[in-house]
Write a new protein. Sequence first.
Length: 77
Amino acid sequence: MKPLAHIRKNVLDLSQAEFARIAGVSQGTVSRWEKGELSPSLPELLLIRAAAKARSPNWDDCWLFDAPSQQDMSAHA
């Protein structure tokens, strides 16, 4: 799973539309991120990171670049 899709689905548990609102972009942009067609800007990544840190006490900044394995997720629980 791509890192941003992991964050959206597993960390934040949001739809693409809800995730888009957090990052200040359209749902189509989120779809393109998840397909690897486009990369988020630094300001967008910072908004995503802030939302993830607020919702997940076990947040790891590495997840922005590499989605963790299921085993790694269990270790952070």
